[in-house]
Design a protein around this ligand. Sequence first.
Ligand code: ADP
Ligand code: ZN
Length: 603
Amino acid sequence: MNKNSSKSYYLYFVVIMALLFFTVWIGTWKVRGNNYTRGEFESQLKEDNVAMVTICPNKETPTGSVEITLKSGEEKILYVTDVTEIESFIREYGIDPAVEEVPEESWFLNSVFPILLVTIICVFFFVMFNSQNAANNSNGRMMNFGRSRARLSLGDNKITLDEVAGLKEEKEELEEIVEFLKEPGKFTRVGARIPKGVLLEGAPGTGKTLLAKAIAGEANVPFFSISGSDFVEMFVGVGASRVRDMFAEAKRHAPCIIFIDEIDAVARRRGTGMGGGHDEREQTLNQLLVEMDGFGVNEGIIVLAATNRVDILDPAILRPGRFDRKISVVSPDVGGRKDILKVHAKNKPLAEDVDLEQIAQTTAGFTGADLENLLNEAAINAAMERRVFVKQEDIKKAFIKVGIGAEKKSRVISDKEKKITAYHEAGHAILFHVLPNVGPVYTVSIIPTGIGAAGYTMPLPEKDEMFLTKGKMKEDIMVSLGGRIAEEIIFDDITTGASSDIKKATKVARRMVTRYGMSDNIGVINYDDNDDEVFIGRDLAHAKNHSEIISGEIDKEVKAIIDECYQKAKDIIMEHEGVLHKCAELLLEKERISRAEFEALFQ
Ligand code: ADP
Ligand code: ZN
């Protein structure tokens, strides 16, 4: 067959598909867009806008739908969990609702049949195409295997930044890139340099891919995506040639976005680890660096890369002119989670009893992907009961199902734990703020981090300091102890959650004594010969170069330092007990608070 006839087949195919989808869409039309919440319905009743009400109870469950005709002629639907309750409720407003026995709809004809039809047609065309092209392709494939595997989507992915919920700061930071892709002239005219590469850092499922797609969608430019692991192949040199091809392809489509997922698979620190065998990865990484250095600053290609392990990346990729911009994509807080739920609930009709606010509150630590999964499971539950809308009960069931998976990652936390964590972090934060040589506090959060920490208090990035002073080291110890002290003051009991804090404090105190000669009784002698921490095993078999008596003295000094710091820290926290309560309450409400919000508590 020649090229033209296969093209006209293609056209037929598209038209038939379009028609089919249109019919299916019309069928579901009534379900979307015009469903009411209970509140909206009640206010219409109160304002006396309702002309007629028809209740359609379900056969198998007490649920049902209520068809509402307003006096303006508009028609709305409300999904209810209890039809008898809604009936008497409506009667209170003097309206006599009609009750309509819905004839059992043919489930097969309505949903399965169109899908079956579409599938059959798809398979038919697929088989036709393949038999046509098999002959041409079979010898083309071998030639192709070094080519880029990047998936390209041209303009047809219409994800916009609106569909990325929460992540406000992250979106703001990426705003200028969107502007640049839309209108490069605006920037080149004034000689502005736009970053070539942006590294998105964050746990899986926090929306990094989504964000990258949304930038492309918003700017309406092509989007190339590839995963770091696609580069790593058996044959040496294939990865490097894939990188080359991908950039060549991208240049042809500029302005565009290249998205590299899991960049850590190729960009791991070079020259580490045991044995050789890194040739392939290093070549690929080198090629990537060469390509990034190679294209001009404002050529219109922007490389976005995602990872959840910035720590293992080769520092070379973070140099200026490469990925010189780093954006942390964090797990959402309560507000963010509510927004994400709203986005994903858009095409799922919700019953009146669904409370997204409450769901947002009980899902601390869930990422965007987890929340999407939660609503999807709920929708599946609804479908299993042949309902066309989602009830709170479905979401509860889904929560148990996905929650068990999440629990393994120690995510679902009780209210009590949350409260303890809130006070714990507030304790750290107050000391950061009050003590002169540490802090200020950048963020305080009680969102579990997924690496075992229940929350964190983050100071601004530390300045590069040549020396640590004794005062600063003591303050570091006090800050570390602050969490434990706050727990003790408030709960009269202590938890095991502070163990890493205590370890950190002890380590600092021990160094002060044995390495820096900062204690009065031991004097200026180095008793610490554990300098190279690389050989962890060495510590065990290590012979001490000082006597047992000195060891005892060291321990005593360490304890004295810790005790002193403990008392001082406790005094400070007691003095600010009001702030401690306010801070913990705010944390419980918002889960993450910023520097400004925190500092306002001191007024
Ligand atoms: P990552 O790339 O960080 O692993 P993805 O971008 O692949 O995560 O997210 C997976 C899915 O989770 C998305 O397709 C989307 O449905 C949902 N999701 C994650 N974050 C958000 C968000 N901020 N807003 C809306 N949906 C989100
Ligand atoms: Zn702590």
